[in-house]
Every structure is written in structure tokens, then in C-alpha cells.
Design a protein around this ligand. Structure first.
Ligand SMILES: Nc1c(C(=O)O)ncn1[C@@H]1O[C@H](COP(=O)(O)O)[C@@H](O)[C@H]1O
Length: 167
């Protein structure tokens, strides 16, 4: 892999069943042309692989790790325990508790081992990607300009919104 295409963001999730939500992080990274890698890694089901992934993340050049998981969502916290690469946690909606369990499992980290925690579901996944992009943009002016343009587009779309009451 050339230096240019080396992944800068790791997108990991506890199960392939998380993809419906986590694909929104991936499509945002694609939209901005940020090189990424995506794979299933589970702290519960594949702890050795999870440790190896986290331990090698920084040396492999990752600038941020987006970790999505549902239910007893220990993946983001456990990855954060093994790396100083910023971990962005995405609570995936769960079958029985609608993701409130995922959210609380991710957000309530002990002082000293942070996980930046996002909203439950699709918006959280997309915003985690935007934050990863913003982290990289601190040292990449072209990417910062892309982010500015993205925000400007959103502003224009909001300004153009109309309500049926005014029609
Ligand atoms: N929370 C975790 C972890 C982990 O935190 O290590 N590994 C899998 N899972 C979650 O289990 C849910 C159900 O997974 P399955 O659909 O595979 O049974 C998923 O949302 C996954 O993120």
C-alpha cells in the first residue's frame, strides 16, 4: 500500500449486524476521500485480535478509530485502554433496549481513559466520521477546506427550507 493510501481512520464494529448503522461512518469518509479500513473486531468474541488491533493502531498510522457496538458495548472502551489514538464510540441500537444500553456502556468511562461518545445510531456514526475528518484536518488544509464547504452547503440547505404554512 502506498503512503498516500494508507488508512488514516479505522472503522471497527462488534458484529456485521452493526453495518446498517456503521456504513454511515464509512460513506462519510468516502465522501471526503479519507483513506480508511473497516472490519469486525469484537472485544468479547475476539479479544486477542482486539488487543493486537489497538496496540498496532498508532504505528500503522491511524489518526482516529471509530468503534461501533451494541448492547454491552465494551469494544470502544477496551480499544481505548490499549491505544492513545483517539477512539470515537458509536452506540449501535440494540434489540431490547434500543441502544440506551450501548450508549451507557460507551459513555461512562473512568477518568483517564477517554472515549468520545456519539449519538445512538446513524447520526452518531456520521458525526463520528466527521470528527475523525476534523482531527485529520487540523494538519491538512485541503481537508479543512472540504469541511468548510460541507458546512456551507448545510447552511445553504437550511436557509432554503420552507414551511407549508408560508406557501
Ligand atoms: N458489544 C459487542 C461487542 C464488544 O463490545 O466487544 N462485540 C459484539 N457486540 C455487539 O453485540 C451485538 C449483537 O451481535 P450479533 O448480531 O452478532 O449477535 C452487536 O451490536 C455487536 O456490536
Amino acid at each position: 500500500m502506498s503512503e498516500q493510501n494508507k488508512p488514516l481512520v479505522g472503522v471497527i464494529m462488534g458484529s456485521s449486524s452493526d453495518w446498517d448503522v456503521m456504513q454511515h461512518a464509512v460513506s462519510m469518509l468516502k465522501q471526503f476521500g479519507v483513506p480508511f479500513e473497516a472490519q469486525v473486531i469484537s472485544a468479547h468474541r475476539m479479544p486477542d485480535e482486539m488487543f493486537k488491533y489497538a496496540e498496532t493502531a498508532r504505528a500503522r498510522g491511524l489518526r482516529a478509530i471509530i468503534a461501533g457496538a451494541g448492547g454491552a458495548a465494551h469494544l470502544p472502551g477496551m480499544v481505548a485502554a490499549k491505544t492513545i489514538v483517539p477512539v470515537l464510540g458509536v452506540p449501535v441500537p440494540s434489540k431490547y433496549l434500543r441502544g440506551e444500553d450501548s450508549l451507557l456502556s460507551i459513555v461512562q468511562m473512568p477518568k483517564g481513559v477517554p472515549v468520545s461518545t456519539f449519538a445512538i445510531g446513524e447520526a452518531g456514526a456520521a458525526n463520528a466520521a466527521l470528527t475523525a475528518i476534523a482531527i485529520i484536518a487540523t494538519t491538512d488544509d485541503a481537508l479543512a477546506s472540504q469541511l468548510d464547504a460541507f458546512r456551507a452547503q448545510q447552511t445553504a440547505a437550511a436557509q432554503a427550507m420552507t414551511l407549508p404554512v408560508n406557501e
